[in-house]
Structures are given as C-alpha cells and as structure tokens.
Design a protein around this ligand. Sequence first.
Ligand code: PEP
Ligand code: MN
Length: 344
Amino acid sequence: MIVAMGASASEEEIQSVVNRLRRDGYDSQINRGVQRVVLGVFGSGFPPEYGETIEMLPGVESVTRISKPYKLASREFKHDDTVIEVGGAQIGSKDFVVMAGPCAVESREQLMATADAVAMHGAQLLRGGAYKPRTSPYSFQGLGQQGLELLGEARERTHLPVITEVMDTDEVDIVDQYTDVFQIGTRNMQNFPLLRRVGQTRKPVMLKRGMSATVEEWLMAAEYILAEGNMQLMLCERGIRTFDTTLRNTLDLAIVPMIKRLTHLPVIVDPSHGTGKWYLVKPLALAAAAVGADGIIVEVHPDPDHAMSDGPQALTPANFEDLMKSLEPIVAAVGRRLCAAVAV
Ligand code: PEP
Ligand code: MN
C-alpha cells in the first residue's frame, strides 16, 4: 500500500501516520520526493476499508494499493528516477556510465595494465572479480583477498571507483573495505541472506538478473535489498537462458525500457556475459545505450587469449578504445553524456 502525503504535510503529520500504521502492525518506509512524500507500507491482507481510514488522517492525499508484489522497487512508490553517486558519476541521471575491467583479477601486472587502459579511454568504474563464481570447482576461483588488495591498489593508482562481486554473507565485510559498489552475480540473485546482508550496508549494490529469472523474480530480489533500507540499488541485465545456444546467453534488451517503466532503479547492461563473444560486445553496447540503459559493464583484458576466465568475451584495450569512441554519438543522440572519469 502506498500513502501519498502532500509536499506541505508537516513532519508531525507524517510521523503520526507512521505511528498509526505501526500501531496497526504495519512497518513503513518514507520516500521524500520533490512533489510529495510517499510512505510505502509493508504487509498484505489489509482489512477492508483500511485505505479509506488512513486516507482520512491529516496530511494524507491518497492511499493506493499496489497490486504488484514488489513495492519499494515500483514507480508507484517512487516516481523520480533513483540516482546513485559513485565517485563523481551520477548513475541513473543523464550520465551514461561505463564500468570496465577484467573478468577476474589474475595478477598485479594484468590488473594494472587493464586499469590504466580503461581509465585512459574514459571508463568511470573499474570492474574485476576477486571471488569468482565458476561453474566448475576445478576452474580458477579468483585470488580472494589478494585480489581485493590489488583492486585497492588499482583504485589508488587510477582514481577509478571499484565494483566487485561478493558471493557470501561472510565476505561482505572484507569486500566492503575495498569496493565502492557490491556486485551480486547472476547465480546469487536469489541468495536471500546475501541480499539482506548487502541491504544492511549503505553502499551501492548492482544486482544482476538471474540467468533464468523472470522480471518479477528479479524485482522481488531487489525488494529484499530495498526492504533492508539500502535504496542505492541498480539492476543489471546480463542475458538469460533461452532455447537458442548460438550465443552464451540471450541479451534481453527489450527489458531495459520496460524496467524503467516498472521501477525507478538504474539499469546497467552487460553485453560481455550477454553474448559471450568479444566482437558482439560493441554492437550490443551501442544498442544498450540506444534503448535507454544507464550504463554498461564490459570485460577488458590485455591478453584475452591467455585470460584465466571469459577470454572469448574480453575486449582488448584497443577494442575498448574503439567502443568508447563509437558510444559517444549514440549516447548524445538519446540525450545523455559519457561522464568524464571521476576521482575517488
Ligand atoms: C561477472 O560479472 O564477472 C560475472 C560472473 O557475471 P554473471 O554473474 O553475470 O555471470
Ligand atoms: Mn566474466
């Protein structure tokens, strides 16, 4: 249920509605917009006429029942786009944000070479996995804490904020020390304890779509993070499983404008995992910008043939430079800008 209060509602009136809801057994969350203050009320099975009762309280403009199962993620709860500031980048605003770096942190040499290249060519965030969720237990699992330390070093060196994956509730504290954005990977989209745990931090989170997740499942996963009070959440479309096996995944670009209708959350597109092929990364990245994505996350490696994971989808630094040049007119055509690199 959504309780809308006028912009002129006093703090006292807002608190008295919150208190009344609490007395009746319902928690709520306040969203203060420019035009109005909105209370998202948690719960289901409200008694008949309960909406009408709340509507009579001073300062309340309207009460709407949200039929969708996700509440805090919905446009009804928050009309204005969520904008997340990372370093100086405003994700979800006019800025089109580019996150780039290796699939996995492999060594100091590999990470620094990649970080220097993506910083030089205009990335705004450095990506890189220290904890890798590999399909096979025999594949390279990432450098763990050492990988995080190298990311910290690359962050100091390039001044790029870092995004890295966290796979386990026990690792949230250590990852928190090194990252600017928590990445939740496709395989963990429904790891509910992990979602709650990152929801309890006050650091931005990027939630990737589960490889077989419906939009509703994805947004319900988002709801777990939001319900813990962390509203700095962005979504990432990274391709889903379909009947076609030509590509690694089927990148669902139609969902980008749809998600923006349904929710207020920024949407990032990952054309690297979405296609699995380096030569498809550029066309799909351009398409992502054209359909209104708020940014992209792409894999870059100085020597893709010898990468320890996801080599076939990695751009070389030269390919990345070419991508950045090609993005500029597309981003401008949809009324956005490639934001300048930011210092942390
Ligand atoms: C990644 O970004 O490194 C990754 C493992 O992606 P996904 O969770 O989308 O497979
Ligand atoms: Mn990868």
